[in-house]
Design a protein around this ligand. Structure first.
Ligand code: GLY
Ligand code: MN
Ligand code: MN
Length: 441
């Protein structure tokens, strides 16, 4: 697909407008550093999400400088110089001239020029917009550059009086997905749904959790996903009650459930899906009851994903239904009001129902404003992921021990009704059983 720089340029324009309205200044947004894994091997590189959001550029060692004053808006890129030998070893680099043209920046320079140019860029700007404290190496470079500006005060050059967090305006922009972001997220969701269907078809008693993980990764990668969006959780039986289980190295047993929380990253955007299904393909007994309860709470929570509701509405509804179900199943005693007031349901449902989703799996953006949960608005994407996790205990009927269920979908808020991006992932009991039966036919 050809690269379209226009959504990225439009975001730079919006950020520049924000900075200008706040008195003008200069923003500096570096990409992520490369990380050594051991000796001369690196971890797979993942660019910084803010940097990507404003450029679409994925080369390491890149930095965006955005100047927004009354007299000008200027986007300046610093990136790797062309380098014949390094390109033989590590691959193609655009270099400043081609990168500038591709991204639609005003100017681009090789990184070797950054230290020298930075003081001049910072000089006489009223504010520096930067994410201070995020990367200590960058903090030190910035301090050095600011001190270099201060050293030339007798030449009539002043250092920015304010350092402001550029993540403030960017987080607010990132909450509302534009058309190109929604298209990418829809595709990431489709690929991830296909991976969950593949896992359902492949699953058999006696397989290892990692064999199912391999099915997921195969499906992600063969559709062009660059990485999983987070480490996949493939948790059989009691492992499903460990919320962040990633060992994925145990056998899958007949009569137990398998919880899979896995989503791919596609072109920098995450999907985040959880499904729970029986290893042997048939929902039975207590596991079926708990599954039906979590499913009812999840469907009701999705129905709250509307513009008349706020971020906490899905959670409130999920908790009401789960708490009543825990009473009905005799996991808890007391009245519904007591269970909710004392939060005794948290013994079995200890996490929240939603988070923003986008470039990061737990995406940027505020959840509350002035102490109030923010209203849901078109363009927001959030997960809906209630669960129920039951550890063995004397006061819990044994039939429920070690049952862990979570069901998670990704939902786009629209002006009309919830748009479930992950709706191609089976979740009703009969749909899951039918999908699993396909793999056994
Ligand atoms: N997969 C991470 C989460 O569900 O929040
Ligand atoms: Mn999630
Ligand atoms: Mn998840």
């Amino acid at each position: 697909m050809t690269f379209d720089p226009s959504p990225f340029a439009a975001r730079r324009t919006r950020l520049a407008e924000y900075i200008r309205n706040a008195g003008g200044g200069i923003a500096l947004i570096p990409s992520a550093p490369e990380r050594t894994r051991n000796r001369d091997s690196d971890h797979p590189y993942r660019h910084d999400s803010y940097f990507y959001y404003l450029t679409g550029f994925t080369e390491p060692e890149s930095t965006l400088v955005l100047i927004a004053t009354d007299s000008e808006t200027r986007a300046v890129l610093f990136c790797r110089a062309k380098h014949e030998e390094r390109e033989i070893w590590d691959g193609f680099r655009f270099g400043p001239a081609a990168a500038c043209e591709r991204l639609g920046c005003n100017e681009a320079f090789a990184n070797e020029e950054l230290a020298e140019r930075l003081p001049a860029l910072l000089g006489n700007q009223s504010a520096l917009w930067y994410s201070l404290g995020h990367d200590t190496a960058w903090d030190a470079r910035i301090m050095e550059a600011l001190n270099a500006v201060r050293a030339s005060v007798r030449n009539g050059v002043a250092a920015p009086a304010d350092i402001r967090d550029v993540r403030g305006p960017l987080d607010e922009m990132r909450i509302f997905k534009d058309k190109s972001e929604i298209a990418t997220m829809r595709r990431a969701a489709e690929i991830s749904s296909g991976a969950h269907r593949r896992a359902m078809r492949a699953c058999r008693p006696g397989m290892m959790e990692y064999e199912i993980e391999a099915e997921l990764l195969h499906e992600f990668r063969r559709h062009g996903s660059q990485h999983p969006a987070y480490t996949s959780i493939v948790a059989g039986g009691a492992n499903a009650c460990v919320l962040h289980y990633v060992g994925n190295d145990q056998p899958l047993k007949d009569g137990e459930l398998l919880l899979i929380d896995a989503g791919c990253e596609l072109d920098s955007y995450a999907a985040d899906i959880t499904r729970t299904f029986p290893v042997n393909g048939r929902f039975e007994g207590a596991a079926r009851d708990v599954y039906a309860l979590v499913l009812a709470s999840q469907k009701a929570a999705i129905n709250e994903c509307r513009i008349s509701r706020n971020f906490n509405s899905p959670h409130d509804v999920a908790v009401q239904i789960l708490a009543q179900g825990m009473l009905d199943l005799k996991l808890l005693t007391g009245s519904l009001d007591e269970v909710i007031e004392t939060a005794s349901y948290k013994r079995f449902y200890m996490h929240r129902t939603s988070h923003w989703l986008g470039l990061d799996v737990h995406d940027a953006g505020e959840y509350k404003r002035m102490g109030r949960w923010r209203d849901l608005e078109p363009g927001m994407v959030l997960t809906i992921e209630p669960g129920c996790y039951i550890r063995p205990a004397d006061d819990v009927p044994e039939a429920f021990w070690n049952i862990g269920v979570r069901i998670e979908d990704d939902v786009l808020i629209t002006a009309v009704s919830p748009d479930v991006l992950t709706s191609a992932t089976p979740k009703c009991i009969k749909d899951i059983e039918a999908c699993m039966a396909e793999g056994r036919a």
